[in-house]
Structure formats: structure tokens, C-alpha cells
Design a binder for this molecule. Structure first.
Ligand SMILES: Cc1cc2nc3c(=O)[nH]c(=O)nc-3n(C[C@H](O)[C@H](O)[C@H](O)COP(=O)(O)OP(=O)(O)OC[C@H]3O[C@@H](n4cnc5c(N)ncnc54)[C@H](O)[C@@H]3O)c2cc1C
Length: 410
């Protein structure tokens, strides 16, 4: 007599159904991202040449309701996973690096609000508004000449009864002037130490931005990452309830590094695609004879493969660990999630450089269908967007302590 394991079968069916639903949702996000990527690609050259905000692409992202996808359904969002958001960053990165980086930085802030603002009425209300109105959030971590030294703040939150205020020399805020709100770190109070920090969210009507530094750079020109003196005020409820050191380890660093790496992988993919079209065209025009730089195309392709595996593997590791605070806080995980930023940026630069070598002069020209100047200038921001040497110095001691893995996959 055959015993049917009803519970097992039902569970399997449910898992299949959930898998199908997730698959359908991912496909839907991808389709919407393609629409935005088309607009972003159409204006990418002008955004770069004029160092202007990619208005068309961000308007399209709002129209496709991509700004609130990470927010849980009960707060008006679509409950997207970090992997689904990273895939959107990758697709936008192929079209316009500035648009993609703006999207990545916005989603990093949303991830912090979603994970660490739960249960806070002010932040849950903000997340509902963000979905309903497709609000764009900017990030302020850099302060004065401190650059990427994020775990040390000078400016402090000042309290006056239930009201708070903050004045900060925010020397780099991407799309600061165009954003609907800013999420910033600060010292908990005027008597707190530099590393005793909080994360605070302010909406446009709560702050003023006095320009202090322009943004005239090699690449990422459309991120409009100018410097401002930020003067903000609000209520104490705008401070996220959890200490920043926990937010930094569990969400800010992992999501920033994974979404930035997805953008850089998109830039590399665009460069490899151009090198592929060039190599094919040159070979066709030479009766199948490959152009001199063809070996560089293979290298570019290989760097891209390594990059995609690195980012995909790191996304899986983060999503597996994300419900386990001990795993997220572990030396091993923190070292790995910091090194993914370093390795992804170096691999992305290598892929674009090899693609340029594969295309030769055609890649070097700005007026060629195979021109790679923009991709190269954009991707060169990656090793210094929080300097890789700063990160390596920070994880150096930690990686000395963490055990060499016993098994290949765990
Ligand atoms: C494309 C892009 C977008 C960014 N967007 C944002 C954003 O939205 N919000 C944000 O807060 N930050 C942003 N940043 C800044 C970033 O977070 C780091 O602060 C920045 O990359 C510097 O990192 P670093 O200090 O590790 O490296 P480096 O730039 O190599 O600086 C090293 C050290 O040199 C010193 N230094 C740097 N500049 C000077 C100077 N002019 N004069 C004297 N000493 C100096 C500082 O002590 C600094 O720590 C962005 C950076 C990039 C490249």
C-alpha cells in the first residue's frame, strides 16, 4: 500500500508556488527596470557631458514605482529582496552609471529604514509615504575632510525638548539638491564620543542646504555629489531607534557594498558588450581574422564572469545570514562583506580596461560606437568611493584572526 505524505506534498507544492510567485515578481522587476534603463541609456551621454541629474531616468523609476520595491507589503511596498534590488542596479549600471548609483544609494537608505525603523511610527509613516509618493532619499556619511571614515562623526544631534536639530559639514551628498529627504549619521548628542552615533532621517521641508563644494569629477558626473552645509531640524522620533554601529554592520555596509558592486558589474557588462560587438565586427570585416586586441576581450569576459560570481555569491551569503544577528556581526562575515567592495571594484576596473584594450582606438575615441570613455571614467570611482586602501587597512587585522575555511562551499 502506498502511503502519500500529504504534508510533504503540500509543503512541496507551497514551496513551488512561492518559488513561482518569487520568479514572477523578479521577472516583473526586471521588466520595469528595462523600461527605466532605456530612458537612462537615452540620456546617459548628456547626463555625463553636462554633469546633470538624470531627471528622465529617475522620473521613469518613479513611474515604474521602483523606489519603494524594498519596502514590505504591509507598509505599501513590494517586499523585494536585496538580490532583486541588486539586479535592478546591474541593469541600470549597463545603461547609465550615475542613475544606477543614485538608485543604489537610495535603496541602501531604504534598507536601513526597513530593517531598523520597524516599530517606529515616524519611520513606518515615512516608508508608507516613500511608496505612495516615490520619494528619493539621499545619504550623508562623509563629513568635513574625514572622507570615508564613517564610524567617526563630529556634528551632534542637539535637543530642545522634543525637538532636535543638526548642523553638518556634509562635503559630499550625491543628488543632495534633488532628493526628497536625507538620511544622515551624527553623534548621539553633544556629549557623546565620535563613534557613539545615530542615524537620522529628515525630509526636504526640514532642512536647508548651503552649497560648499562643487562636483566636477572624471566620472559619476550625474550623481551631482556636491558638498553642503546641512542645517536640519525635526523631532526626536526621526532618529532610528537602534545604535548606528549595529545599523552599520547589519545593513549600511552590506547593502551599500552589494548594490554598489552590482552597479560596477553593470558598467563592466556594458563595456564587455561593446568589446564583443567590436571584435565581431572587426573579424567580419577581416574575413574572420581577429583584431590584435581580441585576447583582451577574453580577459574582459573572464573578469566579468568572476565579478558576477563574486556578487551573486555575496548576495546569497548576506540573504542567508540576514536573519541571524550573530552571523552578521561575525568577524568572518564583516571581513567578507568589506572585501567584496574591494574585489568587485578592482575586477570592474580590470574588465573595463581589458574591454578598452580589446577595442583599441575605437574604444579610445569619444565619437565611436565602441567608445568606452564614459564607462572607464565612471568605473574609476569605484576603488576610491571609500578608498580600498582604507578598507584593507581596516580589515587587515580582522582577516588575520578569521579562520581559513575548512570546506570549499561553506
Ligand atoms: C561617486 C561617489 C559618490 C559619493 N556619494 C556620497 C554620498 O552620497 N554621501 C556621502 O556621504 N559620501 C559620498 N561619497 C564620498 C565617499 O563616501 C567617501 O567619503 C570618499 O570616497 C572618500 O573616501 P576616503 O576618505 O576613503 O578616500 P580618499 O578620498 O582617498 O581620502 C583619503 C583621506 O584624504 C583626506 N582628504 C580627502 N580629501 C581631502 C582634501 N580635499 N584635502 C585634504 N585632505 C583630504 C581625508 O582625510 C581622507 O580621509 C561619494 C563618493 C563617490 C566617489
Amino acid at each position: 500500500m502506498t502511503v502519500i505524505d500529504v504534508r510533504g506534498t503540500t509543503a512541496l507544492k507551497l514551496r513551488r508556488r512561492d518559488g513561482d510567485l518569487r520568479g514572477a515578481q523578479s521577472a516583473d522587476f526586471a521588466a520595469r527596470a528595462r523600461v527605466v534603463a532605456a530612458d537612462a541609456a537615452a540620456s546617459a551621454a548628456a547626463v555625463d557631458a553636462d554633469a546633470r541629474f538624470p531627471e528622465e531616468a529617475i522620473t521613469a523609476a518613479r513611474a515604474q514605482r521602483l523606489l519603494g520595491v524594498l519596502v514590505p507589503r504591509d507598509l505599501g511596498g513590494e517586499g523585494a529582496s536585496i538580490s532583486e534590488v541588486a539586479d535592478i542596479c546591474y541593469r541600470l549600471g549597463q545603461a547609465c552609471a550615475s542613475t544606477a548609483m543614485i538608485y543604489a544609494m537610495h535603496q541602501t537608505k531604504v534598507a536601513c529604514l526597513v530593517r531598523h525603523g520597524r516599530g517606529s511610527a515616524w519611520h513606518e509613516h515615512l516608508l508608507r509615504r516613500l511608496c505612495a509618493e516615490q520619494l528619493l532619499l539621499a545619504s550623508s556619511t562623509t563629513e568635513g575632510q574625514g572622507g570615508g571614515n564613517i564610524r567617526s562623526s563630529a556634528a551632534a544631534v542637539e535637543y530642545e525638548g522634543p525637538r532636535i536639530s543638526l548642523e553638518r559639514n556634509a562635503t559630499v551628498i550625491s543628488y543632495g539638491a534633488q532628493a526628497d529627504g536625507i538620511v544622515t549619521i551624527a553623534r548621539r548628542s553633544s556629549d557623546a564620543s565620535n563613534s557613539d552615533q545615530v542615524l537620522v532621517a529628515f525630509l526636504r521641508q526640514n532642512y536647508s542646504l548651503e552649497p560648499v563644494l562643487a562636483w566636477d569629477t572624471l566620472g559619476m558626473r550625474g550623481t551631482c555629489s556636491a558638498g553642503f552645509r546641512l542645517r536640519a531640524s525635526g523631532v526626536a522620533g526621526q532618529i532610528l531607534p537602534q545604535p548606528y554601529d549595529r545599523i552599520h554592520a547589519q545593513t549600511m555596509t552590506p547593502v551599500a557594498h552589494l548594490t554598489w558592486a552590482s552597479v560596477w558589474t553593470g558598467i563592466a557588462a556594458a563595456a564587455v558588450e561593446r568589446a564583443q560587438s567590436f571584435t565581431r565586427k572587426a573579424a567580419r570585416q577581416a574575413n574572420g581574422q581577429l583584431p590584435p586586441g581580441a585576447a583582451h576581450f577574453t580577459k574582459a569576459h573572464s573578469s566579468l564572469q568572476m565579478l558576477r560570481s563574486l556578487v551573486a555569491g555575496s548576495l546569497q551569503r548576506y540573504e542567508r545570514a540576514s536573519c541571524d544577528e550573530r552571523a552578521l556581526a561575525s568577524l568572518d562575515f564583516q571581513t567578507a562583506i568589506n572585501l567584496v567592495k574591494v574585489d568587485a571594484s578592482e575586477l570592474a576596473v580590470a574588465a573595463v580596461m581589458s574591454a578598452l584594450r580589446a577595442c583599441g582606438l575605437s574604444g579610445y575615441r569619444n565619437d565611436s560606437e565602441f567608445g568606452l570613455g564614459r564607462q572607464l571614467r565612471d568605473v574609476l570611482s569605484s576603488p576610491i568611493m571609500i578608498n580600498n586602501d582604507r578598507i584593507l587597512a581596516n580589515v587587515g587585522a580582522a582577516s588575520l584572526m578569521s579562520a581559513v575555511p575548512a570546506s570549499l562551499t561553506e
